[in-house]
Design a protein around this ligand. Structure first.
Ligand SMILES: [Zn+2]
Length: 318
């Protein structure tokens, strides 16, 4: 499942690639993913709106849209809307320019032909005012677009919600989210407060609880705890203040590094070009079972904690 670094990579890409574009249409063959509207109502409500930008809380994506177009100004949806997307297990977003679909630059790799990028179940048709429109596409039956935002989702667990921007943060699942692991609010003081309230929790489970700290999943909890030299089953109340400090520093460090590497593609995750991230190449313990620890040479072990795999070095982690 995409975690904070993967989602941040997508957010950065979206702000570069589709900010300022206008939504001119939508297609879906999996309407079930849209949780609060039918595909036709959803399409009607987003069409004509401009993309103001993308942001993130934990693993949750928000794409803010402008107020409705002038011709609809009298309608109740004149205010801004927000598209809330959760990629779940296998989802990722692709941005494609219509005009470069056929002609690629020399040496440019076309990731769209790769199987992982071909489970497209939703398409937003966009116009970018800075991109030339193809004159042929003025045909009334042809949608006037020069770019698409596409949602590839092999397992079809991905989730889409459209609501008024002012209401989106009131959604139950958003309201209940814990502090974002890369936000300024998540500082050492806050981390200590969080741990103080849960002395009996196992640190490896607490780190993944989205309602306590949001953004860390299975991959990064293994990496964070390895870098901190702490076993995931350790009880929070038994950690020394030095160990707590160490975990906090490594949360920020590991996530920051993973963002720099454009996330981890150990399976389905891809960026908006359809290209894999690079962090899996430098991972120290996650999915490294039976390999030697880079620090001490001990063989990496896989354990199960809270029904999920966690990877540890029994030589380095205490
Ligand atoms: Zn080791």
């Amino acid at each position: 499942m995409p975690e904070l670094p993967e989602v941040q990579t997508i957010i950065n890409d979206l702000n570069k690639k589709i900010k300022g574009d206008t939504v001119v249409g939508f297609w879906s063959d999996w309407g079930k993913a849209i949780k609060n509207k039918s595909v036709s109502v959803f399409t009607k409500e987003i069409t004509g709106r401009k993309i103001l930008g993308a942001r993130r809380i934990g693993k949750n994506i928000f794409i803010d849209l402008s107020g409705g177009p002038a011709r609809n100004a009298s309608r109740s949806d004149a205010g801004g809307k927000t598209l809330y997307i959760h990629l779940k297990m296998t989802g990722h977003l692709l941005v494609k320019k219509k005009e470069v679909r056929s002609k690629k630059k020399a040496g440019e790799r076309d990731y769209s032909s790769e199987r992982v990028n071909q489970y497209i179940h939703h398409i937003w048709y966009l116009t970018d005012p800075n991109l030339r429109m193809k004159s042929k596409s003025t045909n009334a039956t042809n949608k006037k677009f020069n770019k698409t935002l596409e949602f590839s989702d092999l397992r079809k667990f991905g989730k889409i919600v459209l609501d008024d921007t002012e209401k989106i943060s009131n959604l139950k699942e958003i309201k209940s989210l814990g502090v974002d692991a890369m936000s300024k609010e998540f500082n050492f003081k806050k981390f200590r407060e969080i741990l103080f309230k849960k002395p009996n929790a196992k640190i490896g489970i607490l780190l993944m609880d989205q309602n306590i700290i949001s953004g860390i999943g299975n991959i990064y909890r293994s990496e964070i705890l390895y870098e901190s030299g702490i076993l995931p089953e350790r009880k929070v109340g038994e950690l020394s203040s030095k160990e707590i400090k160490n975990i906090f520093v490594n949360i920020k460090k590991v996530l920051e590094k993973a963002i720099k590497y454009r996330g981890t593609s150990d399976s389905d995750y891809r960026d908006t070009d359809g290209a894999p991230g690079g962090f899996q190449k430098i991972m120290k313990v996650y999915n490294q079972e039976k390999r030697k620890c880079q620090k001490c040479g001990t063989i990496i072990t896989r354990k199960t904690l809270g029904q999920r795999s966690v990877f540890v070095c029994l030589g380095c982690q205490k």
